[in-house]
Design a protein around this ligand. Structure first.
Ligand code: NAI
Length: 325
């Protein structure tokens, strides 16, 4: 049996991995703790590790895993910005789940947008308290509005289709425009200037880090709504907070946050929130925060578990698939 140590495991991860593990010759050992330099030793005796978005896969951790005999890092996610690929190169193989369910993420982006815009989260709380007043619940139509989509890969394109279904005008920006695009690509500055809603669907790279910053926010329409279901550090959260306070930004739907790694996925109710920027953002009536939840559907979890198990089995058969280099 191939032995795999699974880090940062949550109850919803286990059934799928236990279903697809045995049929692929894999025995999973589950650890709730995240992978970092202090916990890497838990992988001793394992052939590989299985990790998620906030595990630390920096050079020292990669070296520590190698010393434990680990040959494979299997990401059970699409993004790989938390892996030092240069350090891993030639030492340890890294595989991922590239496209488990673009619909899960794109549909969550829509859910957040409609919730924020139509204030259904506030209405729900009111009617549960038998408060049937509509004061303060005025929303806005999406029909006829312009949405700017940054990153037109798997998720961005599903989101574009959804927005067109709503009767929105779509403009998009990508460093590698799709050849078969049936929507309009524009320069980034034009996208900033013309969009009522901007949704981020590009990966986090050195070029995209803080692409939403003081300068780019200044180029946007007054009242713009931002959606980020991609990676937190695409947005300079302090700059966003400033522009929300100045009422330049009309709303923000944030499924990811730059400093999320010690916060998201954990129950911190009853604790004092150390992160003042996140606390202030959450206090805003026009900010909706979800805890990196966009991937979390039963369809996506099934697909993640299946592909992860198949990636692991393929590597140990000598035919790596979905490798990240
Ligand atoms: P993808 O690789 O299919 O598409 C990414 C697109 O971004 C590509 O078309 C690429 O050319 C473009 N791009 C790269 N650099 C760019 C730049 N500087 N400016 C504009 N566009 C750029 O990726 P996919 O599957 O659509 O995922 C997008 C991102 O969504 C992932 O990188 C990941 O960070 C995030 N994600 C978030 C999840 C969540 O639960 N919140 C779940 C899954 C993915």
């Amino acid at each position: 049996m191939i032995k795999i140590a699974v880090f940062d495991v949550k109850p919803y991860d286990i059934p799928g991995l236990e279903r697809y593990g045995p049929e692929n010759g894999i025995e999973f050992k589950f650890f709730e703790t995240k992978l970092n330099i202090d916990t890497a030793g838990l992988a001793a005796g394992s052939d590989g590790v299985c990790v998620f978005v906030n595990d630390d896969i920096s050079e020292p951790v990669i070296d520590a895993l190698r010393q434990c005999g680990v040959k494979l890092i299997a990401l059970r996610c699409a993004g790989f910005n938390n892996v030092d690929l240069r350090a891993a190169s030639g030492k340890i193989c890294v595989v991922r789940v590239p496209g488990y369910s673009p619909h899960a993420v794109a549909e969550h982006a829509l859910a957040m947008l409609l919730t924020l815009l139509r204030k259904t989260h506030k209405a729900y709380l009111r009617t549960r308290d038998f408060n049937f007043s509509l004061t303060g619940l005025v929303g806005a139509n999406l029909f006829g509005k312009t949405v700017g989509v940054i990153g037109t890969g798997r998720i961005g394109r599903v989101f574009i289709d959804i927005c067109r279904g709503l009767g929105m005008r779509v403009i998009a920006y990508d460093v590698y425009p799709a050849k078969d695009a049936d929507f309009e690509y524009v320069a980034l500055d034009r996208l900033f200037a013309e969009s009522d809603v901007i949704s981020l669907h590009c990966p986090l790279t050195p070029e995209t880090t803080h692409m939403i910053n003081e300068k780019s926010l200044d180029k946007m329409k007054d009242g713009v709504i931002l959606i980020n279901t991609s990676r937190g550090a695409l947005i300079d959260a302090e700059a966003l907070l400033e522009q929300i306070k100045k009422k330049k930004v009309g709303g923000a739907c944030l499924d990811v946050y730059e400093e999320e790694s010690d916060i998201f996925f954990e129950d911190l109710s009853g604790h004092i929130m150390d992160d003042d920027v996140l606390a202030r953002l959450i206090s805003m009536p026009n900010v909706l925060v979800t805890s990196h939840q966009a991937f979390l559907t039963d369809d996506a979890l099934e697909s993640i578990a299946k592909t992860t198990a198949e990636n692991i089995a393929a590597f140990f058969r000598g035919k790596p698939q979905n490798e990240v280099k």
